[in-house]
Every structure is written in structure tokens, then in C-alpha cells.
Design a protein around this ligand. Sequence first.
Ligand code: CMP
Length: 393
Amino acid sequence: MDRRRLYRLLDPDSADRSARTFRLVHHTAVVAGIGIMMAVTVGPMEAAYELSLAIAFAIVAAFFVVEYVLRLIASPEKPGSDHYGPWQARLVWAVSFSGLFDLLCALPGVIALFEWHAATIHGGIWMFKFIRYSPGLASLRRVVGNARDALLSVLLGFCIVLVVAATLAYLLERDVNPRDFGSIPNALWWAIVTLTTTGYGDVVPLTIGGRMLAGTVMVSGILVFALWAGILASGYAEESRRREFLRTWDLVAKVPFFHNIGAPLIAEVARLLRPREYQSGATIVRRGEQGDCMFFVVEGEVEVQIQPEPVFLGAGQFFGELALLTRAPRNASVIATKPCWALALDIVDFHELLARQPELARVIHEEAIRRLGPDAPPLLVPVAAAMAAEGSG
Ligand code: CMP
């Protein structure tokens, strides 16, 4: 296998069938590794299945050693490595965070050669392997980074309430309950448990004042966590919108159809389009259905199943516009003949965009008329209106 194919095989974003199979094996290995680590700590299970557990652990650990070696071999193909020689690129990857982490994950395999029991506990590190495959988790780090100031302010509020609550509890309770509230550090334990609403019930205030204070602290705790959750949730939503926008922007910029519309318009179009991935053989559009969106092909190829000969459309071409323009059902099924990336444009955005972009409207309109042939039904008004607006402008 050449290096480029090997890189695609290991690439978490690759849609190739072999890459998906690799991911399946990888995830199975992680789950099996964690399962074995847990099973080994259960005495009777370990005693009954020691040999099977040892063999299974050796297979999983060997898989991660092989994965490390393969990633090292493929690393010169990583984007941005072209200005290094192959060995220099490998060294750069080996000392990067991802390289060091994969090395750490390969270590249980080496330790298992000497003492497999000891190696199993190190297998816990494999759980983190999923992070590479979860863009959501990776972006959580960025979310926390972006919302740092807001989170720190809430944390400060939390600390203030904590110290004030512990001090007041000490003043109110120290005489009736000197064991639990005899000092502020002692009262801090009660304040933390109450503020986080964990409430073990091991330390409880006895005075009326102490109980009123406890109620206030509990409500403050709920407020603090609600604030934290709100900040993280809105940061997370913002981050996913940003990621989605960048990904769509990349795809839009790849479509020759949009090449000469200029950066500001690409940004506008990117906001409206939704990336869709299709496996080879997937039906994208079914003949006879009502259409609610059209598609621009970014990568791959689709087959429009019309008589007498099917038509094949590739990168930069579009389909699904006829149902939107004529309001008739889809006039053909469209199937992906290769793994395919397309950008979907919803019917409402379609009419809005075409009304604002006469040039785009003209290209789509002309192609639609060509596709419909001589028996073309009348097309819907928005396109005609847009073209008329262009004519009068
Ligand atoms: P729609 O009718 O919405 O769904 C099926 C799509 O197939 C149709 O829109 C067109 O985009 C596309 N299509 C139909 N006929 C042709 C053709 N002759 N050449 C290319 N594409 C076509």
C-alpha cells in the first residue's frame, strides 16, 4: 500500500470504505481493551478466564503498537508536511502531542511483554483514543478556552459564596455543633457539599439561622451551575456553527460553479448551504418525490437516471433544481456512483438566493430549460423576476 493510501486509511475524516473499516476495528479494540482492563480486576473472572484475557489483551495491545508504527510511516502525508523530508516529517509528528499520545497508547503493548497484569491498568489510556474521532469533544477544549473569562467570573462567584457561607455557618453553628462547625475550614466542607447540592447529610446545621443559610446556599449552588451550563452550551453552539461554516466555506470554494462569485458572496452562499456526504450507491433524490432542496456536487459523481441514457454529473455540477423551479415532483432518481460530497440548498434559501443573485439565477435557469427540453413547463416566478430585475438594472 502506498503512503498516501495509508494516510487516508488512518485519516479520521476519510470517507473511504477501508478507512471506515479501520475505524470500526479501532473502536472495537478500544472497547475490548477497556473491557479486559475491567475484567482483570474482577477476581473470579480473572481466575476463570486468565488465558483468554491475556491473549485478547495481547491482540489489542499489539493493534495499538501497529497503529503507532503505521501513523509514523504515513506522517509525511500530513497536510503541512511537504516542506520537510520524510524522516524529518516523521520526527515532527513523533514529538507532536498526537505522536506522543499514540506512543503512550503503544506502551501497554511493550509492558505486556514483561508483565501483562501490570500492562492492563495502563490500557485505561486507550479511552482517550476516541477524542481523535470526536470533533465535538476536540472543540469542547476550544469552547472552554473561548468562554474562559465568563467561566472564571462564575468560578469566582462560587468561591465568594463558599467562603461567606462557611464563615456565616461557623458564626451561627459553632456553639451548638463545635465538632462540624468549630472552625472555618471545617465549615468549608459543609459549604461545598451544600453549594454543589450534593448534600451527604453527614453535617447539618441545627440553628434556625444555620438552616436559613443552608437554603440560600443551595439555591446559589443551582444558580452557579445553571450559569456554567448556559455559558458552555452557548459557547458550544457557537463553536459548532463556526466549524460548520468553515467546512461549508471550504466545500463551496471547491465548486467551480461558485468560483467567480467572489469572497463576500461565497460567505453568503456558505451560510445557506448544508454539506451532505453520500456513500456509493446511495439514492440522493427519488423520482416522483416532492423536492425541497437542490444539490451542488463538490466531490465524486452522481447518476441521473433518465431515459434513454443516464447522465453522469461530477464536481461543480448541480441537480434537483427542476422540482424547485416547476413545483412538479422530481423527474428522475439521482444515485451516487462514487462516494460523494454535495451541498444542499433548501427551497426557501434557493428562491431567496436566486432573487438576489441574477447571474446564478440565469445559469440555473438556462440549464433547467436545457434539461427539460422542448416540453418544458413554465418555470416559477422568482427566477424570472430575478432575471427581469437584472434586465431592468
Ligand atoms: P429534479 O426533478 O428536482 O430531480 C431530478 C433531477 O435530475 C432534476 O431535478 C435535474 O436536476 C436532474 N436532471 C433531470 N434531467 C436531466 C438531464 N437531462 N440532464 C442532467 N440532469 C437532469
